[in-house]
Design a protein around this ligand. Sequence first.
Ligand code: ZN
Ligand code: ZN
Length: 177
Amino acid sequence: MKLNLRDLPDGQSPLAVARPSGGSELPGFANVRGTLTVDKSGGTLRVTGELSYDIQLECSRCLKAFPCSRREPVELYYRPGLPREEAGRKERELNQDELAVVAYRGHEVDLWPEVREALLLSMPVKPLCRQDCRGICDQCGQDLNRTACGCIRDQADPRWEALRRPKPAGRRGSKVL
Ligand SMILES: [Zn+2]
Ligand SMILES: [Zn+2]
């Protein structure tokens, strides 16, 4: 994903991305694709757009692997490095915490390290095979998406919260055992 700045005109240019496999750098990623827009102004580059990819994720509740297609917006900034400055150095701007400006050297800018990082960070922390996945029983290991088990479960799951709330005591004189 290298750009040669001597060949790149000022203004906007499209940059097609198509990587069938993430390889060892993006393990599990497949079909990384999309079109980014490179906006060049002198030595400064702004790269924006959205990339899609396919990936196998493991559900954080039932631990099953499931295929998933995701999209991730990309926004990158590059500027020429100062003399003696290390290439690839990232600078956090004070009022734009989310935006890193990357310093480059020479006439070639490789977007891949930052694109790769953005894709890695886009992975969900707690993937779910589906929003209402019931997970596995923490006592007998039963996949609760398939069938319920007879265990009395005590897990911090908000869906069970209402059931666990103690019933008001002494109603209609009934005994609380
Ligand atoms: Zn699941
Ligand atoms: Zn169980």
